[in-house]
Ligand binder design. Structure first.
Ligand SMILES: Cc1cc2nc3c(=O)[nH]c(=O)nc-3n(C[C@H](O)[C@H](O)[C@H](O)COP(=O)(O)O)c2cc1C
Length: 462
């Protein structure tokens, strides 16, 4: 790992010299949503800021459409041999510009991979402990593969394939989790093409389907999440609606291990906070409003319960958006309401300004567990038409009880319990809620100091 990683000049190499025999067509020219596969790849490289693309083609291949432009320089490399990947890569190596420091091997089969995956791979390759970055979909490695020039040069030796290079030393390989299944899927057969075209309509992996798949994850692999990916997720999340455009939220992303341990301690010692590569503190933040008031010669009405509520709702909307965004990229999350156990001390640890508190935390990472989905109470207890209908509340609770018991049985049978302990299979939802939130509630008792500490943090709720 000799070179400086300040910013690697990356060249994309697109092996597109195969005969496409099983597909029966030249894969580079396949129409994917009105654009050829090769044009899609060049546009994706452009969106990811890759300025040079080497496309490896057979001598007798059909001409490609006009591809240069938009700041991308495209060069055709003539392939010899049978269009094998290894041969194509060796030909590309000979044509690699002298100043190229890294390559992104982007086979034409993976034309539906998007720019965010490329950006995450490149950001990962910037790390000193990474020479090869590859995407991981459902724990399986895929394409494109990014690598330093020095690693790519290993391919130049006869008989060495890209797989050999990747497998040579696991220490130099880092994975980037993605939710895009096309990092794993080849465009080999006509049915692959049909799936690819269907995927472009957004049907099989819709947001709604993803929402139904939600589960809280409480165990994580150590794989880090690249900073640009966190930035992008938070940026997307904050596009949630915001009351009167007040944008009364902030996110503190805690990576520092010691600080994360402190956060875990203040949140009831939850192990998943220590284990997750990042702990996000989702804050209601009126400090920017306070500053705006000062700038304009007035004073923030921080005693307003309405304003407290607006900031808290804003933070919750951002938080849920963030959870969805992280899940969409293949991560698992768990929200941490225990961040309100010691709001004052947590605010001090995180250096929060006045008028700012952590509404809840969130662990994010590549899941290492596979929890049994909890399901939810019957929809009739939640969705009402025109007027609230409470007539079947007893039935709703009975079904919620049954659901809870079924979840407990499955969790005990499949996971040996919940958080390492067997779950009582007799208690239903209603009994658990009554114990948690009825008289003598330990939850309520634990948060008795909350309102007082929130006042000290600048939310003078009246
Ligand atoms: C605001 C909020 C705070 C939460 N706090 C915690 C927490 O401190 N620790 C934890 O393990 N789970 C926490 N959870 C996760 C819930 O326990 C979980 O969402 C619920 O049991 C439903 O399970 P599911 O998310 O797997 O469907 C929290 C969830 C929310 C929405």
């Amino acid at each position: 790992m000799s070179q400086s990683r300040a910013g690697l000049r990356t060249v994309a190499i697109v092996p597109a010299a195969g005969l496409g025999e099983r597909m029966g067509q030249d894969k580079a020219l396949l129409d994917l949503g009105g654009k050829s596969a090769i044009a899609r790849i060049v546009a994706t490289c452009c969106a990811a800021g890759i300025g040079k693309v080497l496309i490896v083609r057979r001598n007798d291949a059909a001409p490609l459409p006009e591809l240069s432009g938009d700041g991308v320089e495209v060069t055709l490399v003539k392939a010899s041999g049978k269009g094998e990947m290894a041969d194509s890569l060796r030909m590309a190596f000979l044509e690699l510009p002298r100043d190229a420091e890294a390559v992104m091997v982007f086979p034409v089969d993976h034309a539906l991979v998007e720019a965010d995956t490329l950006l995450a791979l490149r950001a990962t390759l910037l790390r000193d402990d990474c020479d090869i970055a590859l995407p991981l979909y459902r724990q399986q490695p895929g394409h494109p593969v990014a690598m330093t020039r020095a690693v790519f040069a290993e391919i130049d030796r006869g008989g060495v394939t890209m797989r050999d290079v990747v497998r040579r030393d696991a220490e130099r390989v880092r994975a980037v989790t993605t939710s895009n299944p096309w990092v794993r899927c080849d465009l080999d057969r006509p049915e692959d093409l049909r799936s690819a075209r269907a995927a472009l309509t957004g049907q099989p992996w819709s947001t709604v389907a993803q929402m139904f798949r939600h589960r809280s994850h409480r165990s994580y692999r150590p794989d880090p999440i690249p900073d640009p990916q966190i930035e992008r997720l938070v940026d997307a999340a904050r596009h949630a609606s915001t009351s009167s455009f007040i944008q009364a939220y902030a996110v503190v992303a805690v990576r520092d291990a010691e600080l994360k341990n402190d956060c875990a301690r203040l949140c009831g010692g939850q192990r998943h906070i220590v284990e997750a590569p990042v702990f996000l503190a989702i804050c209601a933040d009126l400090s920017k409003l306070a500053e705006a008031c000062t700038q304009h010669g007035t004073e923030l009405q921080s005693q307003s319960f309405e304003l407290f509520l607006q900031a808290t709702v804003d933070a919750a909307l951002l938080g849920q958006n963030l959870a969805l965004a992280a899940e969409a990229e293949g991560f698992g999350v768990c929200m941490i309401g225990a961040a309100r156990n010691h709001p004052l001390e947590l605010a001090q640890k995180l250096g929060l300004p006045a008028h700012c508190y952590v509404v809840f935390g969130m662990t994010v990472g590549v899941p290492a567990d596979d929890p049994v989905p909890r399901g939810r109470m019957p929809l009739s207890g939640v969705l009402h038409w025109n007027r609230y209908d409470a007539s079947d509340v007893a039935d709703v609770l009975r079904k919620a009880d049954d659901g809870m018991r079924a979840w407990a049985r499955r969790t005990n049978a499949e996971q040996g319990g919940y958080n390492g302990r067997p779950v009582g299979e007799d208690k239903g939802w209603a009994e658990r809620m009554a114990k948690a939130w009825g008289e003598g509630s330990s939850y309520a008792a634990a948060r008795e100091v909350l309102i007082d500490e929130l006042r000290q943090l600048g939310f003078g709720i009246e």
